[in-house]
Design a protein around this ligand. Structure first.
Ligand code: SF4
Length: 331
């Protein structure tokens, strides 16, 4: 066992703040090493304490598919990937039905996702209808394009408890969005009283440890209610496919090291759907329906159900929150 690594892990378990160079060191271990397993054990310990032993299953309804001008290379809606040449929007009735199905299945929060090209006014209209159909205490979370302070207030008024927003890996290089714009959106959301969930994603083998560290520190500084780190699922034919993709075993110690850097103050940790990740500190995952940037089908087939996500947590020994998400304000 590398003495320095074990000291950094002990520091994290004892509640110390992990520095950027320390995270760099944690991220440099081989995924099958003794150190990698210790990092995952420690991350599970931190997650369990931070979330009082409970995992959550959230659920996302993707509202539209079609070409998105931001052209993020990892996304099926990017025109460069030629998956969805035409805009297609699920009907209001279908969207509400999907959200209600998730709620009835036990999802702790409902996310509504659109591509960056979708008009905010139309999104807010749909959101108000979904809000009216859901139980009043089921938190709704927005996964949308960047917005200003007026947009943040409008989301809050429409009944959202929070947003999911990420400074993605390679932001501004393999995406058409300036990272500063993403940060401004997060600030506007928090000013309006919206809680923020984020992640260090989508991670691929081509990314440097330095960039994972940089994005982790940015995510932590947002003071999110949930964070994590997820691997890229390659869209067939995308320009990123040439780099390959991490296996679960390769990603799990990365997700776990990111948890050690996030510490006890951030209760939610995401980054993978299987029991393997749940054993390594993940205590939040998503069921998905409708459009999905990782899928080439308009109505996703790779997004799991609430039941499959719950089963993965149960298999890893997690209890699951019943009712409204604690991360987004429920009790
Ligand atoms: S990730 Fe979002 S912003 Fe980027 S292309 Fe896909 S839908 Fe558009």
């Amino acid at each position: 066992m590398d003495k320095q690594i074990s000291q950094i892990i002990s520091k994290a378990v004892e509640g110390g703040e992990i520095t950027a160079p320390e995270l760099q060191k944690l991220l440099s271990v081989h995924y099958l090493s003794e150190e990698a397993y210790l990092i995952q054990w420690a991350a599970r310990k931190l997650s369990a304490a931070a979330a009082k032993g409970k995992a959550e299953v959230h659920a996302q309804v993707g509202i539209n598919v079609g070409p998105c001008s931001k052209n993020c290379h990892f996304c099926s809606f990017a025109p460069i990937n030629k998956v969805f040449p035409k805009e297609q929007v699920f009907s209001r009735a279908e969207i509400i039905e999907k959200a209600l199905r998730f709620e009835a299945d036990g999802a702790n929060a409902i996310y509504l996702m659109v591509t960056a090209n979708y008009k905010m006014a139309d999104y807010l209209e749909i959101a108000r209808d979904v809000r009216a159909a859901l139980k009043p205490d089921t938190p709704m979370v927005a996964n949308v394009d960047d917005f200003d302070e007026a947009g943040a207030s409008a989301l809050k008024t429409a009944g959202f408890a929070g947003i999911y927003h990420v400074i993605r890996m390679g932001e501004g290089v393999v995406t058409g969005i300036d990272p500063k714009v993403r940060l401004k959106t997060v600030a506007a959301a928090q000013k309006a009283g919206l809680l923020v969930g984020t992640c260090v994603e989508p991670v691929g083998p081509e990314h440097s440890i330095a960039e994972i560290v940089e994005k982790t520190m940015l995510a932590k500084a947002m003071k999110p209610v949930h964070a994590g780190s997820g691997r890229r699922i390659n869209i067939p034919g995308s320009p990123l496919e040439v780099h390959g993709a991490f296996t679960e075993a390769q990603q799990a110690p990365i997700t776990a090291a990111v948890k050690l850097a996030m510490g006890y103050d951030i209760p939610g940790h995401a980054g993978g759907d299987s029991s393997h990740f749940a054993m390594a500190g993940v205590n939040l995952s998503w069921a998905e329906s409708g459009s999905n940037p990782r899928d080439t089908k308009a109505n996703t087939v790779i997004g799991g159900t609430v039941d499959s996500r719950r089963q993965a947590f149960e298999q890893a020994g997690w209890e699951i929150v019943e009712g409204p998400s604690r991360l987004f304000g429920g009790r």
